[in-house]
Design a protein. Structure first.
Length: 281
């Protein structure tokens, strides 16, 4: 949304954009509690944490929040896996890039040793574990997940070297039930299930987004209720509907988003129905 359209509604940013500033994100109490546990406990204790839930339920948002908060802490190194589908050799390459460790994929033992030495050195100097964030972890191969488990601890599994937060949908839960991944699943210490959002949560999210962007009265109360009724408990669906309505209102120079706009945008007859009506069939 360009500056002219933002000015039309007195907005500092588009409140329904995926590129929303981190400080403007709606953080329910359960997510705040999870982030607090990672910030104040798990980066010192290490080990695995997991976020799981349906698409659009807020998993990636939680990782964004964690990444920003953890980067502000002293002596904490935060990295993120951007290609979870990698094979084992490429996974080592990406870890080498993240933690600035020169690796030779042909020498897996050398890479294994060099990474662990880097993490152990960081731990001894700061008492905080480096943090690795992995979104879409259901795409990782069992071989890579097993290797990550072995990489991330020392001294017969008594000393975690990393704090690892994995996020994924229901396929991740199923994958961790596989026999070869049961040892990893049993090591997950902190869990967050991003569940179906209640109507009250969705309303609170809308109010927070609009107030934070600078226009708390952007929508009528009736439209807010309608959107929350049709969002199916999903934050992504809610913001997608709201973004489409905001774009339509801007196109019409409509100062406030209301239920009439919702009906105009989402309750139009389908194109084939319109054609049949126009032809008299």
């Amino acid at each position: 949304m360009n500056q002219k359209l933002l000015a039309l509604y007195g907005l500092k940013w588009n409140p329904f954009s995926p590129e929303l500033p981190v400080e403007a994100i709606y953080v329910p109490p359960r997510i705040e509690n999870f982030c607090w546990r990672i910030e104040h406990a798990q980066i010192r204790e290490g080990g695995f944490a997991m976020i799981h839930g349906d698409p659009g339920s807020g998993k990636s948002i939680v990782l964004r929040l964690l990444a920003e908060r953890l980067k502000k802490l002293p002596d904490v190194t935060v990295g993120a896996i951007n290609h979870p589908q990698s094979n084992l050799a490429d996974f080592y390459r990406e870890l080498g890039d993240i933690f600035a460790v020169p690796l030779r994929p042909s020498n897996r033992w050398g890479g294994f040793k060099a990474l662990r030495e880097r993490w152990l050195s960081h731990l001894e100097s700061s008492r905080c574990r480096p943090v690795l964030l992995i979104d879409e972890a259901q795409e990782m191969t069992p071989q890579v997940l097993s290797e990550l488990r072995l990489l991330a601890s020392a001294r017969f599994d008594s000393q975690p070297l990393l704090c690892i937060i994995i996020a994924g949908d229901a396929r991740l839960i199923e994958k961790l039930r596989r026999e070869e991944l049961v040892p990893l699943g049993s090591r997950i210490r902190t869990r967050l299930a991003t569940e179906f959002a209640s109507r009250e949560d969705l309303l609170a999210c809308l109010d927070h987004l609009m107030s934070g962007a600078g226009n708390a009265s952007l929508m009528t109360p009736q439209l807010r209720n309608t959107l929350c009724d049709h969002a199916a408990g999903n934050y992504r669906i809610l913001t997608t509907l709201a973004a489409e309505l905001l774009a339509a209102a801007a196109q019409r120079d409509q100062p406030v988003l209301d239920e009439k706009l919702y009906l105009d945008v989402f309750a139009q007859p389908s194109l084939p129905t319109q054609r049949r009506a126009a032809s008299g069939r």
